[in-house]
Structure formats: C-alpha cells, structure tokens
Design a protein. Structure first.
Length: 131
C-alpha cells in the first residue's frame, strides 16, 4: 500500500472487492518500522441503513396504530353522535317526553345528554303549567 521510501506519513483509501471501503494511515516509526492504521468506512453506512430501517418501521407502526385507534375510538364516538342525533330528531318532531340516552360514562356526551334532558324536563313542566 505504501512505499517505505516515501514521506513518513501518508493516507490512502482502499476499495475492497466486496464493496467494503477503508481508509488507512501509514506511519513510519523512528525505528524504521511501518505501522498501518485503518478503519472500515462501510460501518457508518451500515449504521445509517439500520437507523433508516428502524425509522421506517416506527413510522409504519405509528400509522397502523393511528388507523386502529381511529377505527375503534372514532367509530364509537360516531355511534354515540348518531344515537344523540336520532333522539334529537324525535324531540324536534314534537315528542317532548323523549330523552337523550345517558350511558354513565361521564364523558362529554353524557354531560350534553344530561343538560338537554334537564332542559326538556323544564320545558315539560312549563307546558303543564300553561295547560
């Protein structure tokens, strides 16, 4: 790789037959011995490839997780909205005795249903007072 008669320090890049690249430093020591210190350049590229694959896998898993969460949680919320909407249609049709369902989950839908049910009870009481 290096000629011992050349200057005491030189740097070379070696391309291997299997696509491995290395960089080497050739040093002439004071006792006229030659020392070769090298490093495989393919290692950082392999590391980048591992990181790239890990990121792609993580992004894929997050996308799949997001779809699953939307499918189960989003559908449940839409079902609750449909139930409240149907009860509201009955009430708008004149059935003031109808009430919105309260599931007991304590969520926003339950609070909305409880408030609307209280309002309907108050309207029914006022209607009875008018009769």
């Amino acid at each position: 790789v290096a000629d011992p008669n050349e200057p005491s320090q030189s740097e070379v890049q070696i391309e291997g037959e299997k696509g491995h690249n290395a960089i080497a430093l050739v040093l002439r020591l004071p006792n006229q011995m030659i020392m070769l210190v090298g490093r495989d350049l393919g290692e950082p590229e392999r590391f980048r490839a591992v990181i790239r694959r890990a990121l792609m896998l993580a992004l894929g898993m997050m996308a799949l997780g997001g779809l699953l969460i939307w499918f189960f949680v989003g559908r449940a919320a839409l079902k609750r909205i449909d139930i409240v909407s149907e009860a509201s249609r009955r009430i708008m049709g004149g059935d003031l005795s109808g009430r919105l369902p309260v599931t007991g989950a304590g969520d926003e839908f339950d609070r909305l249903s409880e408030n609307l049910n209280s309002m309907l009870a108050r309207i029914a009481t006022l209607n009875e007072g008018l009769k």
